[in-house]
Design a protein. Structure first.
Length: 470
C-alpha cells in the first residue's frame, strides 16, 4: 500500500448523529471523534442540521459544544421539550367541619358531661354560604423538541348532590348557601342543612322512640329495645344497649355498643364508635372503632379501622369494600373470625340475593313445568283446567325471563366482585393474625393455619398472599 493510500485510511473527519426519543421530548447527540489529523464537527453546523430536521425547541447550545469537545461516542442530551402540566381537579371548600367531627364532651371533676361548655352542633343561618366550589384548572400546555404544542389534561370536575335546605347562589353554581337555619352535613357526596333535635337524657321508655327529619344529638344512653332514626346525622354521647339506630348521614357513638345479639346500626355515611360487642352494623362509608369488634356482623363499603386500645377483631364477620386495619385479628384460642374485603358489602349482598332468587325461581319453574306436563296428558281438558294450564304456561314464561335476567345479573356481579377484589382488597395487621381467621377476597378463601405477624394480606394472581406490613 502506498503512503498516500495509508494516509487516506488513517484520516477521517469526526462524525455526528442525533436521535429523538419516541415521545419527542428529548434529542440526543453522539459525536464520533476524528481519526488521524482530521477535524471535529462544528457546533454551528450541528445546530443548523438540527433545525433543518425540524428540531427547533429547547436546543441546549452549551451541551452541543461540550459534546463536540468530549467527542467520546456517547449520546448527550442536547434538546429537551417541556411536559404539559395537568390541570388541578375541581374541589369544594366547606365552611363547616365535615365527616365524623364530634369530639368528646368536656367532663367535670366527677366525670359528668358539662353540657354548658361543649359545642356539639354546628349551626348556620339562612342565607349563609356553607360551601364554595373551586373550578377545575385547564392545566399548562407543553411543547416537544419539534415545537409541537402538547395539550394538557384538564382537571376533573366534581359535583355535589344538593340535599334539603341548600341552594346554588350564582349562575356558575360555585357557591352554596343554606336556605334555612340548621346544621350542615356532608355525607356520601350529598350536602344538606338539617334541623337539630337535642336530647339531654337517656333514650328509654320515658322518652319513647326518636324519629326526626334532621340531626339528632343525645347526651345519654340509648337503652334496650329503643329505636332512634334520623334523616341526618346521629350523635350519641353515651352507649347503645341492644337498640336500633338508623342514620341518614354519619353516626357517632362516644360510648360502646352492647348488642346482646339484637342491636342493629345503619348509617348512610361514616361511623365512629368506641367498641362493638355482639351487634350488627352497616355503613356506606368508613367505620372507625376505637377499641375492639367482638362477635359482630359488620358491613362497611369503604374502610374498617380498629387501632386504638386493644385494636382487636375477634369472632363474627367483618366485611369491607376496601381495607381492614387492626392491631390483632382473631385470638390465641383460635376463635373463628371471618373477614371479607375488596368488594362493597352491598354488592356481595346483592349477589347473594340474586343467587337466592335464582334458586327460588328455578324451583318454581320446575313445579310449573311438571304441572303443565300433567295437564297436557289429560284428554279433553275441561274449561277450568284449560284456564289453569294457560295460567301455568304464562307463569312459566315469566319465570324463564326472570331466570335469564337473574343469570345475567349474577354473572355481572360476579365479574365485579373479582375485579374489585383484585383492585381494592387489603387486610393489614399491626401485630398478629391468629389461626382460626378465615379471609375471603373475591371468590378466594384463605384459612390462617399459623400465627402471622406484622403483615398485609392482598389479592394477587387470583390468590391471597401474606406480605410484610405496609
Amino acid at each position: 500500500m502506498s503512503d498516500d493510500a495509508a494516509a487516506k485510511v488513517l484520516n477521517y473527519d469526526g462524525r455526528y448523529r442525533f436521535e429523538v426519543s419516541a415521545d419527542g421530548m428529548e434529542a440526543f447527540l453522539t459525536i464520533f471523534p476524528p481519526i488521524g489529523t482530521r477535524k471535529l464537527p462544528d457546533a454551528t453546523e450541528i445546530i443548523t442540521a438540527l433545525q433543518a430536521a425540524g428540531i427547533t425547541y429547547g436546543i441546549q447550545e452549551d451541551s452541543i459544544r461540550d459534546a463536540v469537545l468530549q467527542g467520546n461516542g456517547k449520546p448527550v442530551r442536547i434538546a429537551a421539550g417541556v411536559k404539559s402540566v395537568p390541570g388541578k381537579d375541581a374541589e369544594f371548600i366547606f365552611y363547616f367541619k365535615t365527616g365524623v367531627f364530634r369530639k368528646a364532651a368536656i367532663e367535670d371533676g366527677y366525670g359528668k358531661l358539662d353540657l354548658g361548655q361543649v359545642e356539639v352542633v354546628q349551626n348556620v343561618e339562612a342565607g349563609q354560604v356553607i360551601a364554595e366550589k373551586i373550578a377545575a384548572g385547564p392545566g399548562q400546555a407543553g411543547r416537544d423538541v419539534y415545537g409541537k404544542m402538547i395539550p394538557p389534561k384538564p382537571g376533573s370536575d366534581v359535583e355535589l348532590v344538593l340535599g334539603p335546605n341548600v341552594f346554588c347562589l350564582n349562575s356558575e353554581q360555585t357557591k352554596l348557601i343554606a336556605t334555612a337555619a340548621g346544621e350542615p352535613v356532608l355525607s356520601n357526596g350529598r350536602i344538606g342543612v338539617y334541623p337539630v333535635q337535642v336530647i339531654k337524657s337517656d333514650v328509654n321508655i320515658e322518652t319513647g322512640n326518636i324519629e326526626f327529619a334532621g340531626n339528632v344529638v343525645i347526651f345519654g344512653n340509648v337503652e334496650i329495645g329503643m329505636r332512634v332514626e334520623a334523616e341526618g346525622e346521629i350523635c350519641i354521647y353515651g352507649s347503645v344497649d341492644a337498640a336500633t339506630i338508623k342514620a341518614g348521614g354519619n353516626l357517632f357513638i362516644r360510648g360502646g355498643v352492647y348488642g346482646r345479639g339484637k342491636a342493629v346500626l345503619d348509617c348512610e355515611g361514616d361511623c365512629s364508635v368506641r367498641f362493638l360487642d355482639n351487634a350488627t352494623l352497616n355503613s356506606r362509608g368508613y367505620l372507625s372503632v376505637h377499641e375492639y369488634i367482638m362477635n359482630a356482623q359488620v358491613n362497611a363499603d369503604l374502610k374498617v379501622v380498629v387501632e386504638g386500645g386493644k385494636g382487636q377483631i375477634v369472632g363474627g364477620l367483618v366485611r369491607s369494600g376496601q381495607e381492614i386495619l387492626a392491631k390483632v385479628v382473631g385470638s390465641r384460642l383460635g376463635i373463628q373470625t371471618q373477614l371479607e374485603v375488596g368488594t362493597p358489602p352491598r354488592i356481595k349482598l346483592e349477589y347473594q340475593e340474586t343467587e337466592a332468587m335464582l334458586r327460588e325461581s328455578q324451583i318454581s319453574l320446575d313445579k310449573a313445568d311438571k304441572a303443565i306436563a300433567m295437564l297436557k296428558q289429560v284428554p279433553n281438558l275441561p274449561d277450568d283446567k284449560r284456564q289453569i294450564l294457560e295460567s301455568l304456561m304464562n307463569t312459566a314464561e315469566i319465570l324463564k325471563k326472570r331466570i335469564a335476567d337473574a343469570e345475567n345479573k349474577k354473572e355481572e356481579l360476579g365479574a365485579e366482585i373479582i375485579k374489585s377484589s383484585s383492585q381494592n382488597g387489603r387486610i393489614r395487621a399491626l401485630e398478629f393474625i391468629y389461626p382460626g381467621v378465615v379471609v375471603t377476597m373475591g371468590r378466594t378463601t384463605f384459612r390462617v393455619q399459623e400465627e402471622i405477624r406484622y403483615t398485609t394480606l392482598v389479592y394477587q394472581d387470583r390468590d391471597i398472599k401474606a406480605l410484610p406490613y405496609y
